[in-house]
Design a protein around this ligand. Sequence first.
Ligand code: HEC
Length: 126
Amino acid sequence: MNRSKFFPIILVVLTVSLTPRCTYHNVEDQFEPEVAACDTTEVSYATQLAPLLQANCVSCHNSNNPSGGMVLNTYEGLKQAANSNRLLGALKHETGFSPMPQGAASLTDCDIAQFEAWISQGLKNN
Ligand code: HEC
């Protein structure tokens, strides 16, 4: 029997079965990984902003070492920084502002959104 006439068929079957297919197991996989929702309702100075400042800013901005005149380890100091209109520009690395935190990567968009929301919510000492 002439096997060579089956060869093209075998080739097609092999090609189809060995070709990786871009199948998705569920709908979510078809999209970019979902960005965790950024909750900016009722931002708290004490539980949200103070820890961020402590971790990223206070080493250079405290009462003993208020770089650029900014004291960021107290509520009053943060309020003054916000009211000076220097805070968001520095955090967002806008032109005309010194990008903060100095010498480090900027805060995440969500962290910056917390500061922005806290300001528009009335700079509460909450
Ligand atoms: C390594 C030290 C350092 C760290 C960390 C740092 N800063 Fe600063 N910051 C400075 C210095 C020095 C200045 C003053 C000189 C200048 O403006 O570049 C300054 C200036 C500023 C200003 C005034 C900027 C302007 O354009 O007028 C703001 C607002 C500020 N910092 C906020 C922050 C915040 C918020 C953080 C944390 C997210 C932070 N800084 C972290 C050193 C630091």
